[in-house]
Design a protein around this ligand. Structure first.
Ligand code: NAP
Ligand code: G4F
Length: 363
């Protein structure tokens, strides 16, 4: 039985990857961090599985990394842990650099010092943010990098240190240059999930308006569950290498909004420009989307579009046979419509209970 170690197992990708590896018969070990509020919603269904194990480790703490690597002695490591929010990286640049850059080095060194350099394969979660202020459209493995945020600069170090260890020590370590991938498990402050949750809340009368930043920003959005397959495939190749993973399609934040609100039953029309642009509910004339400069970034990456030709050819991974953009929006909105409906039902039960207690119907 192969042993895999996933850092960042509580995240969106970590949870899907853990499911995939368990299905493939792996013994799966994941790292978690101590925090005052335990947030393990995405992996709660896996806890108790005989081949799913959790260990405390923090990418900022080399001793904890050494400890977990020496204890698990994994065949494969998937380093998914990161401060993954680009906007937050402007507020916490040093923390982001420590975790997203030096953290990668800590993993590589732990593997080497534990004597696993010749046996353990390592996947590094790299990112299309490396292309940043893009120098070519669409972007492939040969496109020059131009990182455009503290997050991207830190991830660029991660990319190069992985390449360095591959060349210097002959280690099997690879970077997946993944373009944006989303899901019903996406963090609620990333733009897609912020939109699907707001569309569901507005449609069910639980929110008035959605405030967004740059509506014209372009992304190549795929489905996270499809993308974790590539992480695994990258580590199964005869030789270690780096791969762009993307759908090869590009859409704007505005377009994502239109589709998400439509799925939630609201037909939107955008009017105005720049900070004055508004999304209006065509049926009622009500403004439901507005632009707020609070969500503008000091430098914003606005034109990401991936070319997955190499992944198609070498990994046999074909994005045209995977979840489409419209299917992705729909599945996210459907999940959030259900989530909001459950929350509303819960509120109603609470209200009923308060009323019954007041009237003495229940004690
Ligand atoms: P995510 O949902 O934000 O998950 C990040 C994970 O990292 C969480 O489990 C988090 O743990 C953990 N983590 C954060 N800081 C840590 C630290 N100091 N030590 C140990 N663990 C730490 O991110 P995701 O969307 O799944 O992305 C996974 C990886 O792919 C990240 O490295 C991200 O940068 C990269 N990536 C993502 C995308 C995308 O579109 N999703 C695209 C390209 C690359 P807590 O739960 O304790 O916070
Ligand atoms: O959803 P986002 O925050 O994702 P971003 O910055 O592309 O980063 C994500 O994808 C990267 C891969 O390219 C990962 F490496 C990274 O870890 C993360 O998963 O923002 C997407 C775009 C940006 O241009 C942003 O300016 O949407 C724009 N946007 C407009 N309004 C907004 C908002 N982004 C957020 N988060 N919130 C807004 O209100």
């Amino acid at each position: 039985m192969k042993r895999a170690l996933i850092t960042g197992v509580t995240g969106q990708d970590g949870s899907f990857l853990a499911e995939l590896l368990l299905e493939k018969g792996y013994d799966v070990h994941g790292t978690i961090r101590r925090s005052s509020v335990d947030f393990r919603e995405r992996i709660a269904h896996l806890e108790g599985h005989p081949h799913f194990h959790l260990h405390y480790a923090d990418l900022g703490d080399s001793m904890s990394i050494m400890q977990v690597v020496s204890k698990v002695r994994p065949d494969e490591i998937y380093n998914l842990a990161a401060q993954s929010h680009v906007q937050v990286s402007f507020d916490s640049p040093e923390f982001t650099a420590d975790v997203d850059a030096t953290g990668v080095l800590r993993i590589l060194e732990a593997v080497r010092l534990c004597g696993l350099a010749g046996s353990c394969r390592i996947y590094q979660a790299s990112t299309s943010e490396l292309y940043g202020k893009v120098e070519e459209v669409p972007q492939n493995e040969r496109t020059p990098f131009h990182p455009y945020s503290p997050y991207a600069v830190a991830k660029l170090y991660g990319f190069w240190i992985v390449k360095e260890y591959r060349e210097a020590y002959g280690m099997y370590c690879c970077s997946g240059i993944l373009f944006n991938h989303e899901s019903e498990r996406r963090g609620e402050t990333f733009v897609t999930r912020k939109i699907t949750l707001a569309a569901a809340r507005i449609a069910q009368g639980k929110q008035e308006k959605l405030y967004l930043g740059n509506l014209s920003s372009l992304r190549d959005w795929g489905y996270a569950k499809d993308y974790v397959e590539c992480m695994w495939l990258i580590l199964q190749q005869p030789e270690p290498d780096d791969y762009v993973i993307a759908t090869g399609e590009q859409h704007s934040v505005r377009e994502f909004c239109l589709l998400a609100f439509r799925r939630a039953g609201i037909e939107l029309e955008f009017v105005g420009e720049g900070e004055n642009e508004k999304g209006i509910d065509k049926a009622t004339g009500r403004v439901v989307v507005e632009v707020s400069p609070d969500f503008y970034r000091p430098t914003d990456v606005v034109n990401l579009w991936g070319d997955p030709t190499k992944a198609k050819k070498e990994l046999g991974w074909d994005p045209t046979k995977k979840t489409s953009f419209e299917e992705l929006v729909n599945l996210m909105v459907d999940a959030d419509m259900a989530k909001v409906a459950v929350e509303r039902a819960g509120e109603q039960v609470k209200l009923n209970l308060e009323e019954y207690l007041e009237k003495g119907i229940v004690k």
